[in-house]
Design a binder for this molecule. Structure first.
Ligand code: ASP
Length: 443
């Protein structure tokens, strides 16, 4: 039997109607044995996610304000689901514990985790599955760093022999016993580690879209969906800001070679996107998976005559960033030049000047300049056999749109081409690039 792990996101479990759809999906195949649940999300655009309500309650408690109204709202959201589905379950003891926690010592991770905890308990009851609290089997160190190897062992032991279970997403516990959450959207990671732990055949990630789109629909009108994508492509696109799956959710499933299928709870017959280790043979060689990017990039360019003859010049520059714990997005070396791109949020305030000062002091460059308010954009297509041709077409399109390209970066692999443009040209550039790739998407 094909064993599947299904993760349902917040909108898929936002109310009783959504719970019913989830049950139908889970019951449709006997191999759908392990379910990972998020907290109830938005039921309509202006609605508030339960996780946000929990954080709001916590902030009120920390500031000594009245958190009871928020707590009532949270209880009502869960109670409405329980009542409408006629589940025999009393959540008042759990709500009481949360209330006591708020009164005593409000903690952000504890509060953040309660949405998943309660929703998963309710879902387990509704499905007739065992409830598994990740506080027992998803581990973090005392600095909040996820412990992958220990978790894999604990979790697979915990789930061994379990026929069907609902595991709460988003949190686990630290070695010191306190609860710890992943970053926002982290139930996707839980889904992936459960899939790895039970050696699932597929990790189905159920959300409210029918898979990944080749571009951001807020910028590109009606972009095409992608049927197949490799882990590396997904990782590249999510790193660049495409937001269907949490960017750290790829690793555990990818390490175990488990395909990830992004599906739509509201359109369960759509195939969605299948994320696989290697492209299937029938996918044509020039497929492009998408274009994505982000604003808020600062570029620092350094020049020094004859420096290309010396060893270690670039390393000294990169050390200036490393010593401050600043990751760089790109580093390009030319003849006697080095260009480094970083996210602007890391060089705010006096940090940029300190960096420039250090570079001046250590390397005495002939020239150094900064360009802020830049955007980084990637076109991603691992299977793209003729990358040279593709790159020139892409660059021509950007050029024809009258956009100045600040840097171009394409490594020896075919995975992606990255360009830097002014933030003001970001949307225009995406449109120009998408126009070129549209015919090669999802073939
Ligand atoms: N409920 C959490 C959030 O809103 C985690 C998740 O949904 O994955 O970020």
């Amino acid at each position: 039997m094909t064993v599947k792990v299904l993760k349902f996101g917040g909108t898929s479990l936002a109310d009783a109607g959504q719970f019913r759809k989830v049950r139908e999906i889970v019951y449709k195949e006997p191999g759908r044995r392990f379910v990972v649940a998020s907290a109830p999300g938005k039921r309509f655009p202006e609605d508030v996610k339960v996780t946000d309500l929990l954080y709001k309650a916590m902030r009120k408690a920390v500031s000594g304000g009245n958190y009871q109204t928020r707590l009532d709202e949270i209880r009502d959201r869960f109670q409405a689901i329980i009542d409408e589905l006629e589940i025999s379950m009393d959540i008042s003891p759990d709500i009481e514990i949360i209330k006591e926690h708020l009164a005593a010592n409000p903690d952000s991770s504890y509060m953040g985790s309660r949405g998943e905890y309660l929703n998963s308990k309710i879902l387990a009851e509704y499905l007739g599955f065992e409830f598994v609290d990740p506080a027992e089997c998803v581990l973090f160190d005392n600095d909040g760093k996820f412990l992958a190897a220990e978790t894999r062992e604990l979790l697979s032991r915990r789930l061994e022999g379990v026929e069907c279970a609902v595991v709460a997403g988003f949190y686990g516990s630290r070695k010191d016993g306190r609860l710890q959450t992943f970053s926002r959207g982290g139930s996707d990671i839980t889904g992936s580690i459960v899939a790895e732990a039970v050696e699932a055949d597929i990790y189905e990630n159920w959300t409210d879209v029918s898979g990944l789109l080749a571009a951001d629909p807020r910028i590109i009108d009606n972009p095409k969906g992608v049927e197949y994508m490799t882990y590396r492509e997904l990782r590249a696109l999510s790193y660049m800001g495409a937001s269907v799956l949490h960017r750290d959710a790829v690793y555990p499933a990818a390490k175990a070679g488990i395909p990830i299928n992004i599906r739509n709870t509201n359109r369960p017959d759509d195939k969605g996107t299948m994320i696989v280790p290697e492209m299937p043979e029938w996918v044509t060689a020039d497929q492009i998976s998408g274009v994505a990017g982000f604003k808020g990039v600062t570029i620092i360019h350094i020049e020094k005559m004859r420096v290309s003859d010396e060893a270690g010049f670039t390393a000294v520059i990169l050390d200036v960033f490393k010593d401050r714990g600043i990751p760089f997005e790109q580093c390009q070396t030319g003849i006697d030049t080095v260009t480094v791109a970083v996210r602007s949020e890391f060089v705010e305030g006096t940090v940029l000047n300190e960096i420039l000062y250090d570079i001046e002091k250590q390397l005495d460059p002939d020239d150094i300049f900064v360009r802020s308010n830049m955007a980084l954009i990637a076109v991603v297509g691992e299977n793209n056999a003729d990358s040279c041709n593709a790159t020139s077409e892409l660059l021509n399109a950007v050029n024809d749109a009258g956009i100045e390209i600040c840097t171009i970066n394409q490594g020896a692999g075919n995975l992606n081409m990255l360009i830097n443009v002014n933030e003001a040209d970001y949307e225009k550039t995406l449109i120009a690039l998408y126009d070129v790739i549209e015919g090669q998407v999802g073939k």
